[in-house]
Design a binder for this molecule. Sequence first.
Ligand code: URA
Ligand code: SF4
Length: 206
Amino acid sequence: MENLNTLASAVRQCALCPLSQTRTNAVPGEGPANAEVMFIGEGPGFNEDKQGRPFVGAAGQFLNELLQIAGFKRDEVYITNVVKCRPPGNRDPLPEEIQACARYLDRQIELINPKVIVTLGRFSMARWFPNEKISAVHGKAKRSGGRVIVAMFHPAAALHQQSLRATVEEDFRKLKDIVAEAQRKPEENPADKPPAADQAEQLSLF
Ligand code: URA
Ligand code: SF4
């Protein structure tokens, strides 16, 4: 696994968990190798499994709108998921599937070395905000392993629950400032410190 391309090839051939047996296409993720911001969703859905690309269905359409609100072009951020293969019927990924697939996500984070990681939904949130409730931490930033981590509601949750929509949009509006702040802090080089969830501290600024 030397770079993102070889990693993607490994993911497409992976049989480390049973999701390999039901997938059409694995979905490694997409975006530039030097992206400063990385978005991590839950797992591929129906359309993602068909196309082999992340966030291309209804939730993806909404994510595209949210990215625009935050001032990003979709092709300047990296987008991936906690599990790279679709759980059948879009069920929740199992702990053992998340664990089997973590090696790929870990390596993507290492290779891309983003300044900011945005978690979409509770499965990616759990890694940096253990035992926290998304209703309490959404839109908030914290430092972990030299990066800034921001927890967001999953875009699909806002599609299913109209009342969340304004909240999610407001959180993405704030993301713009959080990213600008992270980019202004060159003294915090993510490469200096390995990610350590237990050393995370709440950012006083946000
Ligand atoms: N939901 C996710 O969590 N990821 C996708 O790629 C699509 C929908
Ligand atoms: Fe491999 Fe991850 Fe797909 Fe499981 S979900 S088969 S670990 S790539």
